[in-house]
Ligand binder design. Structure first.
Ligand SMILES: [Zn+2]
Length: 408
């Protein structure tokens, strides 16, 4: 039995699923998501940059778009409709206005995406990232939420390029919940857990279903479980929600009085890589078929009976310069080492493997070897240790004194 509150959501999901499967039968696009343009970056060149550097140039984005569209007529229309899909009435009204203005100028669907982002470069980048990596970057379905800007999209692009394509493939094909009622019955989920699942179920999940019936990796601004968090990934989900205000505290140029540092590179990348670590944790065992994956949270990497001990026994490295402690719950950091929840430890190990591999290898040789051999299939990285210039600068006496007075 379902509570009345649950019904509309289930119905909506069902209706959308039927609509999506009909579409999937009508339209078959081929050769998408090759990870051919946003290639893996194993060196340190992307992470040693500010938020204004390191992203693919516009000419390259246009090449990527042209490449995928050349053998897929109709792709642009379908993709732009997907990348601007919302249920919120204010969004729908705005999209209608943009479409009308574009039609007057005899422009195609790209014009809608440019209007949606209020920026040509962002539109091109979002479209190219979708075609090549099956990642969706959108506004929150709530029209009034703060929105991502061009520099956020740069950071997402660079962080994605730190993830090996084989991992990108398994995190970009979540199955939407088609029939919660049956799912709850089959998996005999207790009533209290059902409610937890429903509460965690993102409001706009239904608007993120691509034509192949899957939910691509999604990056959306919003508020996580606790509004002080920087970002959130729900169990079983491949939707990353960033609280922009908190997230931006790690942008290049920002200072932290608590740790007395100014960031010279974009330290939002480690936050994104950490969140991607959660998604990879969620989907490590995912076969791309099981409808009820969301309920099989116990098949996460961090809850697997074999891996859980490996994770527990691995020690996190001490981050250089303590900037890391600004973003984590301090009571879970002992002597600079994170000692909290196992899924957080895994996400952080994952981030350290990519971003400070030299230090992780020294401090936690077993953890490093496990990640390299079992998780990353032998792929290794160069991290912040290899940056040619310093990545942080100490606050001057004057800066820290004024920051104190201003209560920053
Ligand atoms: Zn986390």
């Amino acid at each position: 039995m379902l509570r009345p509150k649950i019904l509309p959501r289930v119905l909506l999901a069902l209706v959308l699923n039927i609509a999506t499967s009909t579409l999937a039968q009508q339209v078959a696009f081929t050769g998408l998501f090759q990870n051919k343009f946003f290639t893996l970056s194993q060196g340190a060149e992307l992470i040693c940059t500010t938020s204004a550097e390191g992203q693919l140039p516009v000419v390259r984005l246009r090449q990527a778009i042209a490449y995928y569209e050349s053998f897929n007529p109709g792709l642009r229309d379908a993709a732009v409709a997907f990348l601007t899909r919302h249920t919120n009435l204010d969004h729908l009204t705005e999209i209608r206005h943009i479409k009308r203005a574009c039609a007057k100028q005899h422009k195609d669907a790209l014009c809608l995406l440019e209007g949606y982002w209020d920026d040509t470069e962002s539109a091109l980048r979002v479209l190219a990232l979708f075609y090549d990596t099956k990642t969706v970057i959108k506004h929150n379905n709530d029209y009034d939420y703060p929105r991502f800007e061009a520099d956020h999209i740069h950071s997402f692009e660079k962080a994605l390029r730190k993830i090996p394509p084989f991992m990108r493939r398994f995190i970009t094909q979540a199955k939407p919940l088609g029939n919660l009622d049956d799912a709850f019955k089959k998996a005999t989920i207790p009533r209290a857990t059902q409610q937890l699942i429903l509460d965690a179920y993102p409001e706009d999940a239904e608007t993120r279903i691509w034509l192949d019936g899957s939910q691509p990796l999604s990056i959306i601004p919003g508020t996580g479980f606790r509004d002080q968090v920087v970002a959130q990934v729900y169990s079983g989900s491949n939707n990353i929600i960033f609280t922009i205000k908190n997230f931006d505290k790690a942008k290049d140029g920002q200072s932290y009085r608590d740790i007395g540092l100014t960031y010279l590179v974009d330290f939002r990348i480690p936050l994104i890589v950490h969140e991607l670590g959660h998604v990879i944790d969620n989907f490590h065992f995912w076969d791309g078929k099981e409808e009820l994956y969301f309920f099989f949270w116990y098949r996460k990497l961090s809850t697997d009976i074999i891996f859980v001990d490996l994770i527990k026994d691995s020690e996190l490295a001490l981050w250089p310069s303590h900037w890391f402690s600004a973003f984590e719950y301090l009571w879970e950091v002992n002597n600079g080492r994170y000692n909290g929840k196992i899924n957080e430890k895994l996400a952080e190990l994952f981030a350290q493997y990519i971003l400070i591999p030299g230090q992780l290898k020294t401090d936690s040789p077993n953890g490093y070897a496990w990640l390299r051999d079992d998780i990353f299939k032998g792929i290794e990285y160069q991290g912040y240790e290899s940056c040619p210039n310093p990545v942080v600068r100490k606050l001057s006496w004057w800066e820290s004194a004024t920051a104190r007075a201003l209560g920053k």
